[in-house]
Design a protein around this ligand. Structure first.
Ligand SMILES: Cc1ncc(COP(=O)(O)O)c(C=O)c1O
Length: 280
Protein backbone atom coordinates (compact mmCIF):
# COMPACT_ATOMS: atom_id res chain seq x y z
CA UNK A 1 0.00 0.00 0.00
CA UNK A 2 0.94 3.60 -0.64
CA UNK A 3 3.03 2.74 -3.67
CA UNK A 4 2.93 5.60 -6.12
CA UNK A 5 2.34 4.76 -9.78
CA UNK A 6 3.47 7.15 -12.49
CA UNK A 7 0.14 7.35 -14.32
CA UNK A 8 1.47 9.24 -17.35
CA UNK A 9 4.30 6.74 -17.89
CA UNK A 10 1.94 3.78 -17.42
CA UNK A 11 -0.59 5.27 -19.85
CA UNK A 12 2.08 5.81 -22.50
CA UNK A 13 3.41 2.25 -22.15
CA UNK A 14 -0.08 0.74 -22.08
CA UNK A 15 -1.30 2.69 -25.10
CA UNK A 16 1.81 1.71 -27.05
CA UNK A 17 0.86 -1.90 -26.36
CA UNK A 18 -2.81 -1.29 -27.26
CA UNK A 19 -4.06 -1.60 -23.68
CA UNK A 20 -6.45 0.59 -21.73
CA UNK A 21 -5.54 2.18 -18.40
CA UNK A 22 -8.02 2.18 -15.55
CA UNK A 23 -7.16 4.04 -12.35
CA UNK A 24 -8.85 3.58 -9.00
CA UNK A 25 -8.48 7.14 -7.73
CA UNK A 26 -10.32 6.58 -4.44
CA UNK A 27 -7.33 7.25 -2.17
CA UNK A 28 -6.52 10.54 -3.88
CA UNK A 29 -9.99 11.91 -4.74
CA UNK A 30 -10.50 14.13 -7.79
CA UNK A 31 -9.39 17.11 -5.72
CA UNK A 32 -5.85 15.73 -5.38
CA UNK A 33 -5.37 13.84 -8.63
CA UNK A 34 -7.05 13.72 -12.04
CA UNK A 35 -5.96 10.56 -13.89
CA UNK A 36 -7.88 11.33 -17.11
CA UNK A 37 -5.71 14.44 -17.49
CA UNK A 38 -2.64 12.24 -17.02
CA UNK A 39 -3.63 9.89 -19.85
CA UNK A 40 -5.78 7.24 -18.15
CA UNK A 41 -8.76 5.95 -20.13
CA UNK A 42 -11.05 5.23 -17.22
CA UNK A 43 -11.09 6.46 -13.64
CA UNK A 44 -13.13 4.92 -10.87
CA UNK A 45 -13.99 6.15 -7.41
CA UNK A 46 -15.63 4.70 -4.39
CA UNK A 47 -18.02 7.48 -3.37
CA UNK A 48 -18.31 5.71 -0.03
CA UNK A 49 -14.99 7.28 0.91
CA UNK A 50 -13.71 10.86 0.46
CA UNK A 51 -16.42 11.96 -1.97
CA UNK A 52 -19.28 11.13 0.38
CA UNK A 53 -17.03 12.01 3.27
CA UNK A 54 -19.37 11.14 6.12
CA UNK A 55 -19.37 7.29 6.16
CA UNK A 56 -23.09 7.21 5.53
CA UNK A 57 -23.44 5.88 1.98
CA UNK A 58 -22.12 3.12 -0.24
CA UNK A 59 -21.50 3.86 -3.88
CA UNK A 60 -19.06 4.41 -6.66
CA UNK A 61 -18.67 5.75 -10.17
CA UNK A 62 -16.63 5.26 -13.30
CA UNK A 63 -15.69 8.17 -15.58
CA UNK A 64 -14.15 8.26 -19.04
CA UNK A 65 -13.55 10.75 -21.85
CA UNK A 66 -13.83 8.04 -24.50
CA UNK A 67 -17.36 7.88 -26.01
CA UNK A 68 -16.95 4.21 -27.02
CA UNK A 69 -16.05 3.14 -23.49
CA UNK A 70 -18.82 5.38 -22.13
CA UNK A 71 -21.35 3.63 -24.38
CA UNK A 72 -20.20 0.20 -23.16
CA UNK A 73 -20.36 1.32 -19.54
CA UNK A 74 -23.81 2.76 -20.07
CA UNK A 75 -24.94 -0.57 -21.52
CA UNK A 76 -23.57 -2.41 -18.47
CA UNK A 77 -25.21 0.08 -16.15
CA UNK A 78 -28.57 -0.46 -17.83
CA UNK A 79 -28.31 -4.22 -18.10
CA UNK A 80 -26.81 -4.93 -14.67
CA UNK A 81 -28.82 -2.30 -12.83
CA UNK A 82 -25.80 -0.65 -11.19
CA UNK A 83 -27.69 2.56 -10.49
CA UNK A 84 -27.51 4.37 -7.15
CA UNK A 85 -30.63 5.49 -5.36
CA UNK A 86 -31.58 9.19 -5.37
CA UNK A 87 -30.83 9.65 -1.68
CA UNK A 88 -27.32 8.18 -2.07
CA UNK A 89 -26.75 10.55 -5.01
CA UNK A 90 -27.91 13.46 -2.86
CA UNK A 91 -25.49 12.42 -0.10
CA UNK A 92 -22.59 12.37 -2.58
CA UNK A 93 -23.55 15.81 -3.89
CA UNK A 94 -23.68 17.10 -0.33
CA UNK A 95 -20.23 15.62 0.33
CA UNK A 96 -18.76 17.14 -2.82
CA UNK A 97 -19.53 20.63 -1.55
CA UNK A 98 -16.94 20.26 1.21
CA UNK A 99 -14.50 17.96 -0.62
CA UNK A 100 -11.83 20.61 -1.09
CA UNK A 101 -11.74 21.77 2.52
CA UNK A 102 -11.89 18.23 3.85
CA UNK A 103 -9.08 17.06 1.57
CA UNK A 104 -6.87 19.97 2.57
CA UNK A 105 -7.43 19.08 6.23
CA UNK A 106 -6.85 15.34 5.64
CA UNK A 107 -3.52 16.20 3.99
CA UNK A 108 -2.50 18.65 6.68
CA UNK A 109 -3.26 16.11 9.43
CA UNK A 110 -1.47 13.29 7.61
CA UNK A 111 1.61 15.48 7.09
CA UNK A 112 1.70 16.22 10.83
CA UNK A 113 1.20 12.56 11.82
CA UNK A 114 3.76 11.25 9.31
CA UNK A 115 6.32 13.83 10.45
CA UNK A 116 5.75 12.95 14.09
CA UNK A 117 6.04 9.20 13.45
CA UNK A 118 9.15 9.63 11.33
CA UNK A 119 10.87 11.13 14.39
CA UNK A 120 9.98 8.22 16.67
CA UNK A 121 12.75 5.71 17.39
CA UNK A 122 10.12 2.97 17.79
CA UNK A 123 8.98 3.30 14.19
CA UNK A 124 11.07 1.51 11.57
CA UNK A 125 9.70 3.25 8.52
CA UNK A 126 6.96 5.70 7.67
CA UNK A 127 5.45 5.46 4.20
CA UNK A 128 3.78 8.72 3.32
CA UNK A 129 4.17 10.10 -0.22
CA UNK A 130 4.55 13.59 1.22
CA UNK A 131 7.82 12.66 2.94
CA UNK A 132 10.90 13.10 0.74
CA UNK A 133 12.02 9.66 1.97
CA UNK A 134 9.07 7.97 0.22
CA UNK A 135 10.28 6.27 -2.98
CA UNK A 136 7.40 7.77 -4.97
CA UNK A 137 7.66 11.29 -3.55
CA UNK A 138 8.84 12.96 -6.79
CA UNK A 139 6.15 11.28 -8.89
CA UNK A 140 3.46 12.13 -6.36
CA UNK A 141 4.62 15.75 -6.27
CA UNK A 142 4.31 15.85 -10.07
CA UNK A 143 0.88 14.31 -10.46
CA UNK A 144 -0.92 15.19 -7.22
CA UNK A 145 -1.95 18.49 -5.71
CA UNK A 146 -1.08 17.21 -2.23
CA UNK A 147 -0.19 13.83 -0.77
CA UNK A 148 -3.41 12.51 0.72
CA UNK A 149 -4.62 11.36 4.10
CA UNK A 150 -3.18 7.83 4.26
CA UNK A 151 -0.05 6.97 6.24
CA UNK A 152 1.56 3.53 6.52
CA UNK A 153 4.14 2.67 9.14
CA UNK A 154 6.34 -0.29 9.89
CA UNK A 155 7.05 -1.32 13.46
CA UNK A 156 9.48 -3.98 14.58
CA UNK A 157 7.03 -6.81 15.11
CA UNK A 158 3.47 -7.83 14.46
CA UNK A 159 2.81 -7.78 18.23
CA UNK A 160 3.82 -4.11 18.41
CA UNK A 161 1.62 -3.25 15.45
CA UNK A 162 -1.40 -5.03 16.90
CA UNK A 163 -0.79 -3.43 20.31
CA UNK A 164 -0.56 0.01 18.74
CA UNK A 165 -3.91 -0.47 17.00
CA UNK A 166 -5.47 -1.53 20.29
CA UNK A 167 -4.19 1.46 22.26
CA UNK A 168 -4.85 4.54 20.17
CA UNK A 169 -7.53 6.85 21.53
CA UNK A 170 -8.30 9.20 18.66
CA UNK A 171 -7.78 6.60 15.92
CA UNK A 172 -10.47 3.95 15.96
CA UNK A 173 -9.58 0.44 14.86
CA UNK A 174 -11.62 0.15 11.68
CA UNK A 175 -11.18 -0.64 8.03
CA UNK A 176 -12.30 2.29 5.93
CA UNK A 177 -11.20 5.77 4.90
CA UNK A 178 -12.49 9.09 3.77
CA UNK A 179 -14.86 9.91 6.63
CA UNK A 180 -14.30 12.52 9.30
CA UNK A 181 -13.10 9.86 11.75
CA UNK A 182 -9.40 8.99 12.07
CA UNK A 183 -8.91 5.24 11.67
CA UNK A 184 -6.11 2.76 12.16
CA UNK A 185 -5.74 -0.85 11.02
CA UNK A 186 -3.24 -3.66 10.89
CA UNK A 187 -3.82 -5.03 7.37
CA UNK A 188 -2.60 -8.55 8.11
CA UNK A 189 -5.04 -9.16 10.92
CA UNK A 190 -7.66 -6.70 9.62
CA UNK A 191 -9.90 -6.98 12.64
CA UNK A 192 -9.47 -7.89 16.31
CA UNK A 193 -9.00 -11.61 16.90
CA UNK A 194 -11.87 -11.76 19.38
CA UNK A 195 -14.18 -10.56 16.62
CA UNK A 196 -12.93 -13.09 14.14
CA UNK A 197 -13.32 -15.99 16.57
CA UNK A 198 -16.93 -14.99 17.16
CA UNK A 199 -17.82 -15.38 13.47
CA UNK A 200 -20.63 -17.75 12.83
CA UNK A 201 -18.93 -21.04 12.05
CA UNK A 202 -17.47 -20.03 8.71
CA UNK A 203 -14.06 -19.14 7.39
CA UNK A 204 -15.45 -16.15 5.51
CA UNK A 205 -14.00 -12.93 6.92
CA UNK A 206 -16.93 -10.86 5.81
CA UNK A 207 -18.83 -7.96 7.25
CA UNK A 208 -21.65 -6.00 5.81
CA UNK A 209 -21.35 -2.31 5.25
CA UNK A 210 -19.80 -0.22 7.96
CA UNK A 211 -16.53 -0.49 9.82
CA UNK A 212 -16.13 -2.97 12.69
CA UNK A 213 -16.64 -1.33 16.06
CA UNK A 214 -15.29 -2.22 19.45
CA UNK A 215 -17.94 -4.18 21.32
CA UNK A 216 -18.68 -3.04 24.83
CA UNK A 217 -19.04 -5.66 27.55
CA UNK A 218 -22.72 -4.69 27.82
CA UNK A 219 -23.37 -5.50 24.21
CA UNK A 220 -21.45 -8.76 24.34
CA UNK A 221 -23.31 -10.02 27.40
CA UNK A 222 -26.62 -9.05 25.77
CA UNK A 223 -25.50 -10.94 22.68
CA UNK A 224 -24.52 -14.08 24.54
CA UNK A 225 -27.93 -14.32 26.20
CA UNK A 226 -29.75 -13.73 22.94
CA UNK A 227 -30.90 -16.42 20.56
CA UNK A 228 -28.10 -17.99 18.51
CA UNK A 229 -27.62 -16.10 15.25
CA UNK A 230 -28.73 -17.63 11.97
CA UNK A 231 -26.01 -19.39 9.98
CA UNK A 232 -23.78 -17.08 8.00
CA UNK A 233 -24.02 -17.06 4.23
CA UNK A 234 -21.72 -19.55 2.62
CA UNK A 235 -18.56 -18.16 1.12
CA UNK A 236 -18.43 -19.48 -2.42
CA UNK A 237 -15.28 -20.08 -4.40
CA UNK A 238 -14.30 -18.15 -7.50
CA UNK A 239 -16.83 -17.72 -10.31
CA UNK A 240 -19.81 -18.67 -8.13
CA UNK A 241 -21.96 -15.72 -7.21
CA UNK A 242 -22.96 -15.43 -3.53
CA UNK A 243 -26.68 -15.67 -2.90
CA UNK A 244 -26.81 -12.33 -1.18
CA UNK A 245 -24.05 -9.78 -1.61
CA UNK A 246 -25.57 -7.46 0.96
CA UNK A 247 -25.08 -9.90 3.81
CA UNK A 248 -21.57 -10.84 2.75
CA UNK A 249 -20.00 -7.70 1.38
CA UNK A 250 -16.30 -8.12 1.89
CA UNK A 251 -13.83 -6.93 -0.70
CA UNK A 252 -12.81 -10.37 -1.90
CA UNK A 253 -16.38 -11.31 -2.69
CA UNK A 254 -16.71 -8.34 -4.98
CA UNK A 255 -14.33 -10.07 -7.35
CA UNK A 256 -15.97 -13.44 -6.71
CA UNK A 257 -12.87 -14.99 -5.20
CA UNK A 258 -12.62 -17.27 -2.19
CA UNK A 259 -12.38 -15.12 0.88
CA UNK A 260 -10.99 -17.15 3.73
CA UNK A 261 -8.45 -15.63 6.02
CA UNK A 262 -5.75 -18.13 5.10
CA UNK A 263 -5.91 -16.98 1.50
CA UNK A 264 -5.53 -13.38 2.60
CA UNK A 265 -2.61 -14.22 4.81
CA UNK A 266 -0.68 -15.94 2.06
CA UNK A 267 -1.06 -12.82 -0.08
CA UNK A 268 0.60 -10.66 2.58
CA UNK A 269 4.00 -9.69 1.17
CA UNK A 270 7.02 -10.70 3.24
CA UNK A 271 8.37 -8.04 5.55
CA UNK A 272 5.06 -6.28 5.99
CA UNK A 273 3.84 -8.06 9.07
CA UNK A 274 4.40 -5.15 11.42
CA UNK A 275 2.71 -2.66 9.15
CA UNK A 276 0.03 -0.38 10.43
CA UNK A 277 -2.05 1.98 8.37
CA UNK A 278 -3.28 5.26 9.71
CA UNK A 279 -6.05 7.18 8.01
CA UNK A 280 -6.14 10.82 8.95
C1 LIG B 1 -8.96 2.09 -3.17
C2 LIG B 1 -10.35 1.56 -2.97
N1 LIG B 1 -11.17 1.47 -4.02
C3 LIG B 1 -12.43 1.00 -3.91
C4 LIG B 1 -12.92 0.56 -2.69
C5 LIG B 1 -14.33 0.02 -2.62
O1 LIG B 1 -15.12 0.85 -1.89
P1 LIG B 1 -16.64 0.56 -1.48
O2 LIG B 1 -16.63 0.50 0.01
O3 LIG B 1 -17.42 1.72 -1.98
O4 LIG B 1 -17.04 -0.73 -2.11
C6 LIG B 1 -12.09 0.63 -1.57
C7 LIG B 1 -12.57 0.18 -0.26
O5 LIG B 1 -11.88 0.21 0.72
C8 LIG B 1 -10.78 1.14 -1.71
O6 LIG B 1 -9.95 1.23 -0.65
Amino acid sequence: MLNIVDIRAVAEAAHAAGALVVVDNTFASPYLQQPLELGADVVMHSTTKYLGGHSDLIGGFVATKDPTIAERLYFLQKSLGAVPGPFDCWLVLRGLKTLAVRMRKHCENAHAVAGYLAESPRVQQVLYPGLPTHPGHQIAARQMRDFGGMVSLLLESEEEAVALCAHTKIWKLAESLGGVESLIEHPRTRRPRRRRSRRRGTSCACRSGSSPRRTSSRTSSRRSSARPPPPAPECRGSRSRPKSTSSCACRTLLSWEPCDLTARRTRCPPGTTGRTDVRC
